[in-house]
Design a protein around this ligand. Structure first.
Ligand SMILES: *Cc1c(COP(=O)(O)O)cnc(C)c1O
Length: 462
């Protein structure tokens, strides 16, 4: 399997190199050159299989000869053994024909663990084989950082630096990043918002001298391997609801467009997904783009669903690439427009292609709190604010086809917002109960590229 850049001007890579690189050297994102498909019979055969078995079947065609079958099976097994639910991604029913896919049974209580735990194992296997060291720098709106730290802490072949927006993540999220004691973990609180963190990360990748000197690697959702890991639970959930005979809909709380893009890939692979619904909070650039065809950043307004406080939605570039029929030059032009003017207009043809694939909805702050309260009253389920946004938008799209809302985090990660909404305090699970007793370790950094690069070079353990 070969991977090409969405901007059409970077080297074509195999799976392992695309994974270890992260961002393409032309500023684009790697996508598979062709998307493998499954027959109805192959999908049907997934019924009754374990999460790990389906994961192997779904991901195998994408990894080419990077890993032998036995090795890849062992990697998958290690990735998910730390989850606290045997099903890994269990489905519960939320209402008539409405289901909740619980993606928060991993070590850091958010869906990011599905991809990050796998990537941790894949990196370790690759780097050990190659005798290489890499410097992982990640930007986080809260959950990616803790998931990355959990996956990479203590590994010899990796230093991991996480940039998070100072004061804009929940206490639980921050403590998950600042309390690990391993020397290869570096939590950096950046004076800015998430888009600033992501912007600095992209600047580091575009500084080729720095990039090559430190062996920079990215594990943000721009990393194709992360998207791939997330394709799996679309299959397991759809199959348990009757696919391939029965079609299924999904609603996905969305920020950087990684999770929902995995759903798009699942559909392209032959999974009968009828609707893929984007659910955003008040930072609604994706919803506005779908409505108007104009992608325009307006600055981030902090919300009670901080993991979706994003206005530059990186993976949307992948959706654009396919909407433009694989025209990398057209995508590069739009991204140039965005950089210079803060906006771009999607062509009529590409907009129609996007609207064929995605519906969308937006939920305000008040509506988010009301949804948490409402779903608790109707179902007894306490949802995290992100999941509540998904469930609220999904309600507008219920019908004869089963709807699955992705529950992206455990409510205990956002206890203040949840308690304010519905009056219930959700305690952290036992394995994290001492989180608030631990010492924190972090460095506050300016929103400045040179300072950041100097700090990172100085900290490398090598
Ligand atoms: C990261 C995150 C999201 C957004 O996911 P994307 O893949 O960036 O769209 C939603 N909810 C939670 C809890 C998250 O951590």
């Amino acid at each position: 399997m070969r991977y090409i850049s969405t901007r059409g001007a970077a080297p074509v890579l195999g799976f392992e190199d695309a994974m270890l690189t992260g961002l393409a050297r032309d500023g684009g994102l790697y996508v598979p050159e062709t998307i493998p498909t499954f027959s109805a019979g192959e999908i049907k055969a997934m019924a009754g299989q374990s999460y790990e078995e389906v994961a192997f079947t779904v991901m195998r065609p994408f990894i080419g000869d990077s890993f032998a079958d036995d090795e890849f099976r062992a990697i998958i097994a290690r990735a998910y053994e730390g989850f606290t639910h045997d099903a890994r991604a269990p489905l519960v029913q939320l209402g008539s024909n409405h289901f909740l896919l619980e993606l928060f049974h991993g070590p850091t209580l958010a869906f990011k663990d599905f991809a990050m735990q796998l990537i941790g194992q894949l990196f370790e296997a690759s780097l050990t084989k190659r005798g290489q060291h890499v410097t992982i720098v990640g930007a986080t709106s809260g959950d990616t950082g803790s998931a990355a730290i959990e996956a990479f802490r203590g590994l010899d072949a990796v230093d991991v630096f996480i940039l998070f927006p100072e004061g804009r993540v929940s206490d639980v999220q921050r403590r998950q990043m600042t309390t690990p004691v391993e020397g290869n973990v570096h939590a950096l609180a950046l004076k800015g918002d998430f888009d600033d963190c992501q912007g600095k990360l992209k600047d580091m990748f575009n500084d080729f001298e720095f990039r090559d000197e430190v062996g920079l690697a990215g594990v943000n959702s721009i990393n194709w391997a992360r998207v791939l890991a997330q394709v799996v639970y679309y299959f397991t959930s759809a199959v348990s609801l009757g696919a391939p005979e029965r079609a299924v809909n999904f609603t996905v709380p969305t920020g950087n467009f990684g999770d929902i893009f995995a759903g798009y890939i699942a559909r392209r692979m032959g999974l009968p997904i009828e609707k893929l619904v984007i659910a955003t909070n008040q930072n609604d650039i994706l919803h506005r783009t779908m409505e108007t065809g104009v992608y325009e950043t307006q600055g981030v307004t902090p919300s009670i669903s901080p993991s979706m406080d994003i206005q530059v939605s990186s993976n949307f570039e992948r959706a654009l690439f396919f909407a433009y029929g694989g025209d990398g030059a057209a995508v590069a032009q739009q991204m140039d427009d965005l950089k210079t003017t803060g906006r771009f207009t999607v062509s009529q043809g590409a907009l129609e292609a996007l609207r064929e694939q995605f519906a969308s909805g937006r939920v305000s702050e008040d509506e988010t709190s009301a949804a948490i309260k409402d779903f608790q009253r109707r179902t007894g389920q306490v949802l995290c604010p992100h999941s509540a946004i998904g469930a609220r938008v999904a309600d507008d799209h219920l019908g004869a086809t089963p709807m699955v809302t992705l529950a992206t985090a455990h409510p205990a990660k956002f206890p203040e917002a949840v308690e304010a909404a519905c009056g219930t305090h959700i305690a952290l699970p036992p394995h994290m109960a001492d989180l608030f007793d631990k010492e924190e370790r972090m460095t506050v950094v300016e929103n400045d590229l040179r300072q950041l690069e100097t700090l990172i070079k100085g900290r490398l353990s090598k």
